[in-house]
Design a protein around this ligand. Structure first.
Ligand SMILES: O=C[C@H](O)COP(=O)(O)O
Length: 241
């Protein structure tokens, strides 16, 4: 059975004080959350230490927003797998469109990061998705197939999550129709050797659309940006019906 996974991606938001305040208002909302779902918070590097302590014993797992492919070295601004696992991090987002767009991340570096994440005991969350221009040009399917083929080369599909994030839906309020997200995620699944990989949808997921998204048969979870920053909205998403 495929795991349901709701992950918050805080991007470059929240100081340690703000992160602690979030938890104060969030953790108690999980008392009645069904056991069938996993909850992850992918937070800025500076928040990982304090959250690792505060989340100990809770059902929320910790994720980073990137991971380098080397164990250590002269890579200013990067972080390695062992540095993350040492403090209790279990997941790492890899290949988010903001990394691809602003930091020159390519399918090749994404692939290296995925392999390294697994090597050092992390479960990577691989992000794929098309821009508006690519969608309008009818390139959605070919782009995603190519991102998957290159990104997943030599990657163990028993330890990976995939997030379909159409770039035009990220942070815009312009959610991809649930039925269309389901279709693309079905296409993603058809490209995998392991049909049980958890595949999330991401892009303007909000309290008012999460139920419809999670009702789709191919969609196993959500990668949530803006709506994960506020305890009550993230709680509503995690407690989807
Ligand atoms: O990683 C999360 C996605 O980029 C979605 O962000 P958003 O929910 O703010 O649209």
């Amino acid at each position: 059975m495929r795991k349901k996974v709701i992950a918050g991606n805080w991007k470059m938001y929240k100081t340690q004080a703000e992160a602690s305040e979030f938890l104060l208002n969030f953790l108690h909302t999980l008392e009645d959350t069904p056991e069938d779902r996993e909850i992850i918070l992918c937070v800025p590097f500076t928040d990982l230490g304090i959250l690792s302590k505060s989340l100990h014993g809770s059902r929320v797992q910790l994720g980073a927003q990137n991971v380098h492919w080397e164990e250590q070295g002269a890579y200013t601004g990067e972080i390695s797998g062992p540095m993350l696992t040492e403090i209790g991090v279990r997941y790492a987002i890899v290949g988010h469109s903001e990394r691809r767009q602003y930091f020159n991340e390519t399918d090749e570096t994404v692939n290296l990061r995925l392999i390294a994440a697994q090597r050092y005991g992390l479960t990577p969350i691989l992000c794929v998705g098309e821009s508006k221009q690519q969608r309008d040009a009818g390139e959605t399917e070919s782009l995603i197939i190519s991102q998957l083929a290159k990104g997943l080369e030599d990657v163990d599909q028993n330890n990976v999550i995939i997030a379909y994030e159409p770039i035009w839906a990220i942070g815009t309020g312009d959610t991809c129709e649930a039925i269309e997200a389901n279709r693309v995620i079905g296409l993603i699944r058809s490209q995998l050797t392991n049909p049980d990989v958890t595949i999330q949808y991401g892009g303007s997921v909000k309290p008012n659309n999460i139920d419809e998204i999670m009702a789709q048969p191919e969609i196993d979870g959500a990668l949530v940006g803006g709506a994960s920053l506020e305890p009550s909205s993230f709680a509503r998403i995690v407690n989807y019906k």
